[in-house]
Design a protein around this ligand. Structure first.
Ligand SMILES: [Zn+2]
Length: 390
C-alpha cells in the first residue's frame, strides 16, 4: 500500500515554530510502512524481519587490513582481569593473551582494596610477569558521613603502600544510586568526598572514573532510540526518570568535580560518554587541563565519524588513553584496526551496541604511541617506565 503522510493541517501554519524548538520529530510513516518518495509511505509486500534477525550481507568490495596486534606496545588502562590475578597460572594465561595483542601492561581497574589488592599485587610481584599488570585502588563510597573521609584516605594510603598506582574504576553507581548515611543520594561532587580527591593529588594517583552511561540509556525505549536493542537485551541498563537522576545532571556533577579539583588528574572513562559529541568533549578538555579521557567501549562512536574522530585525536593527542574495558581478547583488534587503518565500512564486534559499520581513522605513529602508552606513563608514575619504544 502506498499513501501520503497524514500530516495535520496545522503543521503548515506552525511548522516554523516546531522546527525552531526541535521538540517534535518530523512527520513519519505509520508503523509497518517506510518512506519511498518524499512524504509517501509504502508497506513491504512480505513480512519484515525483526531487527534481531536482519543481518544484510554487504556487497561493498573494500580493502581490508586486519590488525591482530597493536603497532606499538599498549597499556590497557581500563582492564578488568577479574579472577585472572588469583593465581600464577591464571595470570600467565592472561599475559599470554596480552602478548598476542601486543598489550604490554594491563591496569586493573577492578576497584580492589585492602586484602584483595594485596593478594593480587603479591601474585603479580612474585611472578615472571611482574611488570605486566598494575593495580588501581578502589574507594568504598558506602556510608559517606561523619568520619568517612578520614577512613577512606587512610585506606587509600595503605593501598598505595601495597602497590596501587591510581584510583578506580570509580563506578557509575557513584551518582546513579549510592546513598549517604543520611539517606540522600551521594552526589559525584559532594564536598564530603573532597579529602579523597585531594589525597589523590598529593599521592600522584590518577583517578579513573566512569560516570553514568550512554545518554540513550536515560531515554524512553522507542523506535527512535539508537540503543533499542541493547536496552531490550539488558534491562538493567535502563535508567527511567522516576528512579534515577538524568544524564545531564550526572554529567554536570562530574564535570563540576573535575573543575573543583584542578590538581587532581582525572581520566574520564568511555570518552566521558561524549564520544557522540566530540565538540562537547573538546570543550571539557579545553576548559580543564587536569582531565584526560579513555576510549573503552565507545569504538562504535569513534568509528562512525572517522574524519571528525581523526581530527579530535590529533588535536587532543596528549589527553587520550587506550583502554578496552571488558576483557575479550578477540575484540581488541577492532580497536587497532580503527586507530591504525583507513579501512572502510567494516563490522563492529557487538551488533547490539551499534547496528552501523566502522571506519578507520588512520592515526599517525606519534599519536598512536601517545594513545597506546605514552599518555598513561606520563600520568601514572607507578607504571613500569623502562623499555618502551621512543
Ligand atoms: Zn570498567
Amino acid at each position: 500500500m502506498t499513501r501520503r503522510f497524514a500530516v495535520p493541517v496545522f503543521v503548515t501554519f506552525v511548522g516554523v515554530a516546531l522546527f525552531a524548538q526541535r521538540t517534535t520529530l518530523p512527520a513519519e510513516c505509520p508503523p509497518g510502512e517506510t518512506e519511498i518518495r518524499p512524504r509517501v509511505c509504502r508497506a513491504p509486500d512480505r513480512p519484515a524481519p525483526s531487527i534481531v534477525d536482519y543481518r544484510p550481507r554487504s556487497t561493498l568490495v573494500a580493502t581490508t587490513h586486519l590488525v591482530p596486534r597493536a603497532k606499538f606496545p599498549a597499556i590497557d588502562f581500563h582492564g578488568h582481569p577479574q579472577g585472572r590475578l588469583g593465581s600464577p597460572g591464571t595470570l600467565a594465561g592472561l599475559v599470554s593473551a596480552l602478548d598476542d595483542l601486543n598489550v604490554r601492561v594491563m591496569v586493573s581497574a577492578d576497584n580492589a582494596s585492602a586484602d584483595r589488592l594485596q593478594r593480587a599485587v603479591s601474585v603479580v610481584a612474585g611472578s615472571p610477569q611482574k611488570d605486566r599488570v598494575r593495580m588501581l585502588a578502589g574507594i568504598a563510597f558506602r556510608d559517606v558521613g561523619p568520619g568517612w573521609a578520614d577512613r577512606a584516605v587512610r585506606q587509600l594510603e595503605a593501598d598505595v603502600r601495597a602497590g596501587a598506582v591510581g584510583v578506580g574504576e570509580i563506578s557509575k553507581e557513584l551518582g546513579l544510586d549510592i546513598r549517604k548515611v543520611d539517606g540522600t543520594r551521594l552526589r559525584i561532587d559532594d564536598p564530603e568526598l573532597d579529602p579523597v580527591w585531594n589525597a589523590c593529588a598529593r599521592l600522584h594517583l590518577p583517578v579513573f572514573i566512569h560516570t553514568a552511561d550512554p545518554q540513550e540509556f536515560f531515554e524512553p525505549i522507542d523506535n527512535h532510540n539508537e540503543r533499542w536493542l541493547e536496552l531490550s537485551l539488558f534491562s538493567d541498563r535502563r535508567y527511567p526518570a522516576d528512579r534515577f537522576p538524568r544524564f545531564q545532571e550526572l554529567m554536570a556533577e562530574r564535570d563540576n568535580l573535575f573543575k573543583r579539583h584542578p590538581n587532581t588528574a582525572f581520566v574520564a572513562a568511555h570518552m566521558a560518554w561524549y564520544a557522540n559529541d566530540l565538540a562537547k568533549l573538546g570543550r571539557l578538555l579545553d576548559a580543564l587541563p587536569n582531565v584526560y579521557t579513555e576510549v573503552g567501549a565507545v569504538l562504535y562512536d569513534i568509528g562512525r565519524q572517522p574524519r571528525a574522530a581523526h581530527d579530535f585525536f590529533i588535536k587532543y593527542q596528549d589527553r587520550i588513553l587506550f583502554g578496552k574495558d571488558s576483557f575479550q581478547p578477540e575484540e581488541y583488534p577492532y580497536y587497532w584496526r580503527v586507530f591504525e587503518t583507513t579501512d572502510e565500512y567494516f563490522d563492529y564486534y557487538r551488533p547490539y551496541h551499534a547496528f552501523w559499520k566502522l571506519y578507520g581513522i588512520g592515526l599517525p605513529d606519534d599519536v598512536l604511541k601517545k594513545v597506546y602508552y605514552q599518555n598513561a606513563l606520563k600520568l601514572t608514575p607507578g607504571l613500569p617506565h623502562d623499555g618502551w619504544p621512543r
